[in-house]
Design a protein around this ligand. Sequence first.
Ligand code: CMP
Length: 136
Amino acid sequence: MSNNEQTLSIIKPDAVERNLENEIKDMFKKKGFLIVKEKKIQIEKSEAEKFYKVHETKPFYSDLCDYLSSGPIVVMVLEKENAVLSNRELMGATNPKDAREGTIRKKYGISIDKNSVHGSDSTENAKIEIDFFFND
Ligand code: CMP
């Protein structure tokens, strides 16, 4: 039985700025993901604050929201079996210093803030995050 699932992925400003969009998309495609929706946008800080609301009590919240709204990002809906988990494996640890060889953050991440990609952390949040960016 197929267990196809969708997850939300964001290519963050540090990666878009370095023209890594196609390299990162190739890594998703090689792992078997279909990119079923995508758009390149720049968001306001107020929208970043809504998106990252789960982190609002964290000390890094304001910087994180400044950062996500600092330049163009690519938001994508990725589809695959067990997409949420599979994407988290492919992204690697939040801090690129801890990310394993072969992961996106190991290859392209600069720091814990400029870690090149975001991915939903659960199927429940995937639905919420997909709806946040693709609600039309
Ligand atoms: P992301 O997967 O987009 O989710 C929240 C982001 O907060 C995370 O990636 C990091 O880029 C950023 N961040 C900054 N500082 C921290 C921290 N100390 N712990 C976790 N995430 C952090």
